[in-house]
Ligand binder design. Sequence first.
Ligand SMILES: [Zn+2]
Length: 258
Amino acid sequence: MNLLDTHAHIYSSKFDADRDQVIAEIRAAGIEKIFMPNVDVSTIEAMLDCEKRYPDLCIPMMGLHPCDVKEDFEKQLEVMRNWLDQRPFAAVGEIGLDLYWDKTFFEQQKSALRTQISWAKEKQLPIVLHCRESMDETIEIIREEHDGKLRGIFHCFNGNLLQANQIIEMGFLLGIGGVSTYKNGGLDQVLPHIGIENMVLETDAPYLSPVPFRGKRNTPAYLPYIAERVGDLVHLSKEDVAKQTKENALNLFKEFKL
Ligand SMILES: [Zn+2]
């Protein structure tokens, strides 16, 4: 199976002890590319190191994660803007809104999101969105900022069917990960009703391991378990899920030379 992991933090320090071994397992599992979302200024170096070390596999994005939007967010955004001006990135990400962890900086989160969306529009890059407890708020901002061409992924989608359809109507894809394998994840109520052409696969490693690895460190090597689960929900073979979701991802990231 040839799979693309559209969202994995393979540069995380959780892989520092055995990254070469993990990368070998990822290749053996048939994963062809790993798209790496940035988090904040402190993760850039490790991310670009991974790209340098595994250039055929690891592809970076650039952006500021909503959980790291704090007092200094404008300074952080300046650093990221400089990087985006210097070299290619697959997307602006991960960006978005998070009302789960801390609501203190919600206004700043919205401002950082709008700024980064404007960069994506200017540079014609897709965006990779993180939204937790904030799906409707994020959909509203995307709708307001949409220029007809803006595209991207709602990473770790865990919303309802109405929200899924709103996202699809805006031309965005749903990033489907380990949550699809959880009994109470809710995606069994959504995915059977939307087409595979609207989905991409992701692990969000090292977080959110799919069943039967739930609670353990996640790795892109577990992506076939997600492909199989999605196949069960949409009545396709895991090979067909792999093929179609790969095409969807390549289509989205086409501006970036893969
Ligand atoms: Zn992430």
